[in-house]
Design a protein around this ligand. Structure first.
Ligand code: PLP
Length: 340
């Protein structure tokens, strides 16, 4: 079996997670009658300081629903240029919600009030799209799992309040950020009007994301989910995996972080590594020397039993997750050295 470090989405549900899924009480969730789905939605809403939650098939859908609820066609969204909502969601901002995007260039995804201020269109000028929503991604995938500073988020929250801008959190890996900083979920969640939380990344559930927000926001989101084709029936079976992950897998993220740091520490001495992005959570990204190509190195690693993913033209990404053990990490380091 190869050691798969392509993503933290490659994990498979454990026997005990499968048992929790098999035992789940279910009902027709389109009728709002699945007790396990409700339990998961309520639990995450409460945890992140919001009134209501909505279970969806993917983080792309929770993000895209949130964008649709926050905006009207013709509005503009402010986000980092490498944001998942723009780069990896199939053009959904434009196709689903008819909005344009104004980029800011953050420090590995983390931008400031001044950056937003510079990107903001004057609301009284009818020539320009109406700036409506700011989206923050924490942790920031393209930044190598970089973590936002709480004070910076609070400053953005205050600014968005003053300017009547919506504020969304793409929290696909929000638990990684919380575990890395010790910030509690309520402090983080209550800074935002809406939060998207993935259960299928580091938490290790097979599927599912939850969007949290106010009662009104989620009532509107239910309609948009239906429109996007995301209404599901007896999905308590899937929600049970999410509940199991919340009970058992949050603390394990600290292990993923330590293992990512261990891999990163072995990289600088390798001849094909030009630089390593500082590791803050479970994502290791390194830049490849000009003398080597990404595809060649990924192929060599693959032959040595380690799967990695090309990350743009000159970078490679390795992600730790709960499907790995300590031996896998040692073997990964051995393979990284062996291909040098
Ligand atoms: C994975 C991810 C998502 C959601 O992806 P899905 O595969 O649709 O669940 C959203 N944002 C970020 C930053 C992600 O890494």
């Amino acid at each position: 079996m190869p050691i798969d470090l392509r993503s933290d989405t490659v994990t498979k549900p454990s026997e005990s997670m499968r048992q929790a899924m098999a035992r789940a009480a279910v009902g027709d969730d389109v009728f709002g009658e699945d007790p396990t789905v409700r339990q998961l939605e309520d639990r995450l809403a409460d945890l992140f300081g919001h009134e209501a939650g909505l279970f969806c098939p993917s983080g792309t859908m929770t993000n895209q629903i949130a964008i649709n609820v926050h905006t009207r066609p013709g509005d503009e969204i402010i986000c980092d240029k490498d944001s998942h909502i723009y780069k990896y969601e199939g053009g959904g901002i434009m196709a689903n919600s008819g909005c344009s995007v104004k980029f800011v260039t953050g420090d590995r995804g983390r931008f400031s009030v001044a950056d937003i201020e510079a990107a903001l269109n004057p609301p009284a000028d009818p020539h320009m799209p109406l700036s409506r929503l700011v989206s923050v991604e924490n942790t920031f995938n393209r930044g190598g799992g970089s973590v936002w500073d709480m004070e910076q988020i609070k400053a953005i929250q205050t600014f968005c309040g003053e300017k009547s801008l919506g504020l969304h959190l793409d929290g696909a890996r929000i638990f990684n950020a919380l575990v890395a900083t010790g910030v509690d979920a309520k402090t983080m969640g209550s800074c935002f009007d809406s939060v998207s939380i993935c259960l299928s990344k580091g938490l290790g559930a097979p599927v599912g994301s939850v969007l949290v927000g106010s009662k009104d926001f989620i009532a509107h989101a239910v309609r948009v989910r239906k429109r996007f084709g995301g209404g599901m029936r007896q999905v308590g079976i899937l929600a049970a995996a999410g509940l199991f992950a919340l009970d058992n897998h949050i603390d394990l993220l600290a292990i993923d972080h330590a293992r990512a740091s261990k891999i990163a520490a072995a990289l600088p001495e390798l001849p094909y590594v030009a630089s390593v992005i500082p590791v803050e959570t479970n994502i290791v990204v390194f830049k490849v020397n000009h003398a080597h190509t990404v595809s060649d190195l990924v192929k060599k690693l693959d032959k040595s039993g380690v799967r990695a993913i090309p990350f743009g033209a000159d970078m490679i990404r390795l992600v730790t997750h709960l499907g790995l053990n300590e031996h896998d990490i040692d073997e990964t380091i051995r393979a990284l050295r062996a291909i040098a």
